[in-house]
Design a binder for this molecule. Structure first.
Ligand code: ATP
Length: 287
């Protein structure tokens, strides 16, 4: 099972809730860049092998937690070996952990003969994290509420140049450092013209990441100069993205950035929800 990354092309904070969460409106685009998850049923326990040394290898890993919650919810006590190969940078605003959790739920529900309906899977996913339900379907969507109320949206499958400085940024820290009074009032109505992303790509959380890593502003300017149709910062950051009409244009921009930038650079394609998983790896490159 491939567990895709996402970028938030649009993220506006609508308000703060009494429980401390924020209500938002976000447009999320899944990408061909993906972690690889294998699930082998057997034994009685949940065993996880995750080759990324910086990630928890046991109960704290979102894959492990998703498997445990699935067993609780369905009463099925089968054991399994889980293998996770990370391709998505961690704590990067690309949703990797949430996607791995959703992928785990999808595989286990299939293996168990689909005991959970789509609605039950959605509820279980939301209990694991606000971004997890989005990854149950691999198509562009608008998220509202805390991000779990989803509706599909049509976007063009642009090519994305992704830029990550290799420094983790915690989502919690970004929200704690967000000054809601400095944000403009969100507009009542929203439209996301697929032909003109430059008119609507924006992120209310971007300012926090840019204050923390001021050098990112220069990269955003470079992206524009190198021909991006639009550019921005994903989720709570610090990953930046540029949208390009072709893979060649995205790769050329990546090569130009590579002259001065030593962090992680990759090109991936936006998924529309129709591409079979077997084709994804042909549409992703690291530079
Ligand atoms: P989002 O965009 O949803 O805020 P993110 O991309 O910024 O997410 P993740 O890569 O999902 O962040 O990781 C967030 C935290 O979750 C990390 O601090 C990490 O230690 C923890 N974590 C637990 N399991 C995983 C996993 N399988 N993959 C990535 N992170 C995990």
């Amino acid at each position: 099972m491939l567990c895709p990354a996402k970028v938030n092309l649009y993220l506006r904070i609508v308000g703060r809730r009494p429980d401390g969460y924020h209500d938002l409106v976000t447009v999320m685009q899944p990408l061909t860049l993906a972690d690889e998850l294998t699930v082998t049923p057997g034994g009685e326990d949940i065993n996880l092998t995750c080759e990324a040394a910086e990630l928890p290898q046991g109960e704290e890993n979102l894959v492990w937690r998703a498997a445990a919650r699935f067993r609780e919810e369905t009463g099925q006590q089968f054991g399994m070996r889980l293998g996770l190969r990370k391709k998505i940078p961690v704590a990067a605003g690309l949703g990797g952990g949430s996607s791995d959790a959703a992928g785990t739920l999808l595989v286990l529900n299939e293996l168990a003969g689909r005991p959970l309906t789509d609605a039950a899977l959605h509820r279980l996913a939301a209990s694991l994290g606000a971004d997890v339900p989005f990854f149950l379907r691999r198509e562009p969507a608008v998220g509202r509420g805390i991000g779990t109320q989803l509706s599909p949206v049509t976007l063009k499958p642009y090519w994305y140049l992704l830029i990550n400085p290799g420094v983790a940024l915690s989502t919690r820290w970004v929200y704690e450092n967000l000054d809601l009074t400095a944000l403009p009032d969100p507009p009542a109505q929203e439209a996301w013209d697929p032909e003109h992303p430059e008119t609507w790509v924006r992120n209310d959380l971007g300012g926090v990441a840019l204050r923390r890593f001021p050098e990112l502003a220069g990269i955003l300017a470079d992206l524009k100069e190198f021909g991006a149709r639009a550019q921005g910062i994903s989720g709570s950051g610090p990953t930046l993205f540029g949208l390009f009409p072709t893979s060649e244009a995205a790769r050329q921009a990546g090569l130009r950035l590579r002259r001065t930038f030593s962090g992680w650079l990759a090109v991936a394609r936006g998924l529309t929800g129709t591409e079979p998983e077997t084709t994804w790896e042909n549409h992703v490159w690291t530079i």
